[in-house]
Write a new protein. Structure first.
Length: 108
């Protein structure tokens, strides 16, 4: 399955637009991670633990997006975008929403 953030794919012709696909992945954080992130917020620096959680949620959303597009008969998704949000009580859950347009493409 080809993925692109652009509205087209170099070297391919879009034969059919199949529709919008959108999938979400929500991952829970934990107390230790929250405490360490709070310390990093206070002293400065990156929170590797949260970065890994966000990366994992993005990967899961992409997998689900590909599966949804595949069920529609697509072999590519164009215009892919991502949105990350903290949800749940006190922002204890990290959510990634992946959206794009499922298409059928062929090589030029």
């Amino acid at each position: 399955m080809l993925l692109s953030t652009t509205p087209n794919l170099e070297g391919y012709v879009i034969e059919e637009y199949l529709g919008v696909v959108s999938e979400e992945a929500i991952i829970a954080t934990n107390v230790v991670r929250d405490i360490m992130a709070g310390v990093r917020d206070f002293v400065g620096g990156r929170s590797k633990a949260y970065e890994e959680k966000m990366e994992n949620s993005r990967k899961l959303a992409i997998e689900d997006l590909k599966a949804a597009a595949n069920q529609m008969g697509a072999n590519a998704i164009i215009g892919v975008s991502f949105d990350h949000e903290a949800v749940g009580a006190k922002g204890s859950l990290l959510m990634c929403v992946a959206t794009g347009t499922a298409v059928k493409v062929s090589k030029k």
